[in-house]
Design a protein around this ligand. Sequence first.
Ligand code: PRP
Ligand code: MN
Ligand code: MG
Length: 187
Amino acid sequence: AAKMGSDLERVLITNDEMQQRLKEIAKQVDADFAGRSILMVGVLKGAVMVMADLSRHLQSDVEMDWMAVSSYGSGTKSSGVVRILKDLDSDVHERHVLLAEDIIDSGLTLAWLKENLEARGAASVTIVTALRKPDALKVPVEVGYVGFDIPNEFVVGYGLDYAGKYRNLDCVGTLAPHVYGGDDVDE
Ligand code: PRP
Ligand code: MN
Ligand code: MG
């Protein structure tokens, strides 16, 4: 764990840069949602950092709820069908939902989730994502707020994992080749 940072090849976004951007987004959210009560929905597990940080930059009071989802196996992933592992506790009917993610990669998870929440009768569903890979998109996703567009490379940190690790890095970076290649991986 102590050498986690040295497993990075390149830092793409520092924590300072992320917080600065989230502050700007928070200002926009406060203005755009003025007078409406917000239900923030985070997608476990990757979205925990952006939920915690963005919500604390907001002036608006928000309720928070969580979903956990899993894509079906790679053979059917292109269908964009998602299985709900943990559903919301709240009823989203007539609520203004701010749906938060760490990253939009293919877009399949959020495209499905947005449609799912709209089908439950949400008054609005607005997506906020810390990161987006425009070159990896397979389906169009209408996004309200994007932290950073990044190249189509495998990145970790700020909620994003490799085999369950590196989520608690405060920056976003690419992994050094020895992390993938070596046979000295802990698990
Ligand atoms: C990752 C990421 C997004 C999703 C993006 O989650 O956190 O939720 O994939 O991919 P997509 O745009 O191609 O659908 P993952 O399934 O790895 O679960 P995790 O958040 O628990 O790591
Ligand atoms: Mn995720
Ligand atoms: Mg993951």
